[in-house]
Design a protein around this ligand. Structure first.
Ligand code: F6R
Length: 364
């Protein structure tokens, strides 16, 4: 049931504040994070030397964000692989390695095969899964559920948001046990997590402004999403959302890499969405925005409140509320989801069931 929403995708985007709350709250005890499903003692957590994240599509994009957050907070090296690549590259798994597979459906063939391959080699696998009792949930050694509830729209929104949260919790737990963050930082981040649902709500309520903006790009041919670090991960997800439901060609690029070739595609009026949520990289991304703007691009910026300087290099700015930079993806993705949705609606696309796509990909 769409509960009065025009599409499941819109309904599911609006469920994100609740999804985020439901994924966080069962794992918070007083001022600590308890993830019983991990089945790991503090000693086990201390012995983790490397994390391998394996997934497909949007779940992979969540994993790329996870790499930045886990490395940044817990100082553990992380490798992220597309499941369809991991299986066939004879990956090097060594003692102290932990395999994490991420899947909404829990049925994705390549992800399931990567899980089986890891288990065959004697590694324990943690599944971050949405569908309870799915194949990946059954076969993983331990399962951390993303409590997003059923997701009907083919393009994932709320499950992706829940995957991000699961990864933040894992990173914070590891960071606390390994003392790579101070008590104060840890508590501050718990507070930031707790504020995310209201902040997401605020961004969702901005939908009319984004719809007006999206309507200007219904006829776009190509769109580019650029960002650095975590913002590159957000760009990948923003780009996938747009192309899968609106059929507009889009690409995500690490902002500093554009000038190594792709900038030749920028024409008068090409839309470039620049994501800039990491204060330490504000200036660097502004330089890249100036580069594309001077070649005729129309620059949409998604940045944090307070970064007024970006206005000199942007044609249109969407501000997100302040949060810890490690959690910014959870906010910046909301306007990008809304943008894709309204472009697709404006074009008359079948938003919930885009052509050629299935909700769960059970073929290799
Ligand atoms: C994009 C999308 C897909 C899935 C991918 C993995 O909106 O939904 O890219 O993220 O097919 O699916 P799961 O998470 O079910 O393994």
């Amino acid at each position: 049931e769409k509960a009065g929403y025009e599409h499941f995708m819109l309904k599911e985007m609006y469920e994100q504040p609740k999804t985020v709350t439901d994924t966080i709250s069962p794992r918070i005890r007083k001022n600590d994070i308890v993830i019983e499903e991990l089945g790991m003692s503090d000693e086990d957590l201390l012995s983790v030397r490397k994390i391998h994240i394996v997934a497909c599509g949007s779940a992979y994009h969540a994993g790329v964000t996870g790499k930045y957050v886990l490395e940044g907070l817990a100082r553990i090296p992380v490798e992220v692989d597309l499941a369809s690549e991991f299986r066939y590259r004879n990956p090097i798994l060594e003692d102290g390695g932990m395999v994490v597979v991420i899947s909404q459906s829990g049925e994705t063939a390549d992800t399931l095969a990567a899980l089986r391959e890891s288990k065959k080699r004697g590694f324990k696998v943690l599944g971050i899964v949405n569908v309870v009792g799915s194949s990946i949930a059954r076969e993983a050694d331990n399962v951390m559920y993303t409590w997003a509830g059923p997701e009907i729209a083919v393009a994932t929104t709320k499950a992706y948001s829940a995957q991000l949260i699961a990864l933040y919790l894992l990173a914070l737990k590891l960071a606390r046990v390994r003392h790579t963050v101070t008590e104060r930082e840890f508590e501050g981040m718990l507070e930031d997590l707790g504020r995310l649902p209201d902040q997401i709500e605020l961004l969702l309520n901005n939908k009319n402004r984004i719809q007006r903006f999206a309507n200007r790009y219904i006829a776009a041919k190509d769109v580019f999403f650029i960002g650095r670090g975590i913002d590159y991960a957000i760009s990948m997800e923003g780009s996938l959302k747009l192309k899968e439901i609106s059929y507009i060609h889009s690409e995500a690029y690490a902002a500093g890499e554009l000038k190594h070739g792709t900038i030749s595609l920028i024409e008068e009026g090409t839309l470039v969405a620049a994501v800039s949520t990491q204060p330490s990289l504000y200036q660097k991304t502004i330089s890249n925005m100036v580069e594309v703007k001077s070649r005729g691009a129309f620059v949409l910026a998604v940045t944090c409140e307070g970064n007024r300087e970006i206005e000199k290099a942007a044609d249109y700015v969407i501000y997100i509320p302040q949060t810890n930079p490690f959690f910014a993806n959870s906010l910046a993705i909301i306007p990008l989801q809304l943008f894709s949705y309204y472009v697709a609606v404006g074009k008359g696309c079948d938003v919930d069931k885009p052509r050629n796509l299935a909700k769960s990909v059970t073929v290799e």
